[in-house]
Ligand binder design. Structure first.
Ligand SMILES: NC(=O)C1=CN([C@@H]2O[C@H](COP(=O)(O)OP(=O)(O)OC[C@H]3O[C@@H](n4cnc5c(N)ncnc54)[C@H](O)[C@@H]3O)[C@@H](O)[C@H]2O)[C@H](O)CC1
Ligand code: K
Length: 509
């Protein structure tokens, strides 16, 4: 699913009105009507007190429409208007008048802290103060009102955006931003729903298709792509009937050191479970017996170093090399990594200590084969890019980095983001149970395996991140967030593939 900027959405609004020959008021009625339908379906005529807090722009207008429809359906509704200015949008005003027309009590005007409505934990608050038109941080008593609503303990449903949340900026601590339990948004999710410092304000969310002009949206360049099952399914390459293991490539997993052999075994097992034809693990000598006994499907080559990698030499050349898990950063390992970078021509996957070595030796960056995939977690990313001001600055720096070195970054987080040049792919699978030792090693193995099966490195990164998260979700559904470990993610990669085609006539082919 495409994620658009606020400017694109405003433009889509205009185009839609023109092309569909409707008024903006009709579009508001359509959009807010869908919000009403969702609320009605959930509340099912329950007599919960509903308090709708409206601003004076079109987000407030949506709130008024929802209020009118709820009142008409017999709900117990109080409407408040945050009267911070005399200016009101046209569609706000016409809907304001319509409240009177249905004979409902006139909305209460809030002019300062003394007017704040009583709120109780059992209330259902609809937040329609600001939407995507927010153009400065809320101040004074309006900011106080937002804090007051947050502190009430009421269930908060935000329309389109939690009020006070910008679409291109991270709030500072203490800023007035509604902390929604649920957000119902129009047409497309917003980038801030997925970033670490902003997602918490959005709560759970649902996207309502308000029928904005399809042609405009199809042609508009996306700010980012959200990767869900539909998108992931389109990336899948079916396996052929008359094929053999050579068709699915040879992955080589290089890493490990004394006490950290488990990491490469996880990556290798993940590569096998993702369908690699052949997997070789290249390890220090101390890993030999361990690896041969725990993973009979993999071949093992050992380095001359007993406890760490000292002189990486192998034959034949694999289709793809994954480097770094558990490797440590001793001087000898750094040196042999440098030679490996110099002689490897095809895209690599670089993780963990491989990334740390790149950060410690910035001169190595230009040696990375083009189109390689780097998989940093936030700390590793910071060491690579330097500090960032906020999530937006981080993404800008990441884009610059991938452009400069012609590589692909997978920024691992709750919603991992694959960055390639100016393109962002936001993953929508995964769960907090995956914050566990070895989960990253598994991801590196899945990406490597897909590259060895001739997926383009960018596609491999995006698809692997999806599958890895889905495998984690399936593991969590059986074991809980707490009970799952990285090996369970590996064990459910197959189920993640199967899930792509569940309830789909096409099947896996
Ligand atoms: N295409 C769509 O997605 C549709 C969106 N709808 C709704 O419209 C809002 C956006 O409405 P807009 O009038 O442009 O802005 P807001 O209501 O978000 O802002 C209100 C108003 O307040 C002023 N303002 C901004 N920041 C502050 C501040 N900190 N303090 C005081 N005043 C502020 C600003 O000038 C605005 O005029 C969208 O989110 C949807 O809810 C349509 O209903 C359907 C189509
Ligand atoms: K809102």
């Amino acid at each position: 699913m495409k994620i658009f900027t606020v400017q694109q959405l405003a433009e889509a609004d205009k185009v839609t009105i023109e092309k569909q020959g409707i008024t903006s008021e009709e579009l508001m009625e359509r959009a807010a009507g869908l919000v009403f339908k969702e609320i009605h379906a959930r509340l099912n005529n329950e007599s919960v007190p509903i308090k709708i807090i409206c601003g004076i722009g079109n987000n407030g207008g949506d709130g008024l429409v929802v209020g009118r429809l709820l009142i008409e359906h017999g709900y117990y509704v109080s409407i408040y208007v945050v009267n911070f200015t005399k200016e009101r949008s046209r569609d706000f005003l016409s809907n304001y008048n319509k409240i009177k027309e249905i004979g409902a009590p006139w909305p209460t005007l809030l002019k300062g802290a003394e007017d704040f409505p009583e709120l109780h934990p059992k209330d259902f608050v609809i937040d329609a103060i600001f939407g995507i038109g927010l153009n400065r941080p809320p101040e004074g008593w309006v900011a106080d009102l937002i804090h007051y609503i947050n502190a009430s303990g009421a269930f908060i449903l935000s329309i389109d955006m939690p009020s006070g949340l910008f679409s291109t900026k991270t709030p500072e601590p203490g800023d007035a931003v509604i902390k929604a339990n649920y957000t119902l948004t129009f047409q497309a999710p917003k980038l801030v729903y997925y970033l670490p410092k902003t997602a918490e304000f959005v709560g759970n969310y649902q996207v309502l298709n308000i029928g904005l002009d399809y042609e405009y949206l199809a042609a508009a360049p996306a700010e980012a792509q959200l990767i869900d099952k539909e998108e992931a399914k389109n990336l899948y390459i079916p396996r052929k009937n008359f094929s053999h293991k050579g068709d699915y490539g040879h992955s080589m997993i290089i890493g490990g050191s004394y006490g950290k052999i488990g990491s490469i075994s996880l990556s290798a097992k993940a590569a096998l479970r993702t369908g690699a034809g052949l997997v070789t693990i290249y390890s220090p000598e101390c890993g030999y017996e361990i690896l041969q006994s725990i993973l009979p499907e993999a071949m093992v080559i050992i380095d001359e170093g007993e406890k760490e990698l000292k002189n990486i030499q192998f034959e034949p050349e694999p289709d793809v090399i994954c480097f770094g898990m558990g490797a440590g950063i001793s001087a000898a390992t750094v040196k042999t990594f440098e030679s490996l970078l110099k002689k490897t021509k095809s895209p690599m996957v670089i993780d963990a200590d491989g990334l740390n070595m790149l950060s410690n030796n910035k001169g190595f960056l230009k040696l990375i084969p083009k189109n390689s995939v780097l998989t940093p977690h936030p700390k590793e990313l910071e060491r690579l890019l330097g500090e960032w001001k906020d999530d937006f600055d981080k993404l800008a720096k990441a884009k610059e980095f991938t452009n400069k070195y012609e590589v692909i970054l997978v920024i691992k987080d709750a919603h991992s983001i694959t960055v390639s040049g100016d393109n962002l792919y936001i993953n929508n699978t995964g769960n907090p149970g995956m914050a566990t030792a070895g989960a990253g090693d598994v991801l590196a193995g899945v990406i490597t395996s897909l590259i060895s099966q001739k997926y383009e490195p960018l596609i491999a990164a995006v698809f692997a991140t999806y599958l890895h998260g889905k495998a984690g979700d399936i593991a969590a559904s059986k074991l809980s967030y707490q009970g799952m470990i990285a090996g369970d993610i590996v064990d459910n990669i197959g189920a993640a593939f199967l899930d792509l085609f569940k309830n789909d006539d096409r099947g896996m082919e």
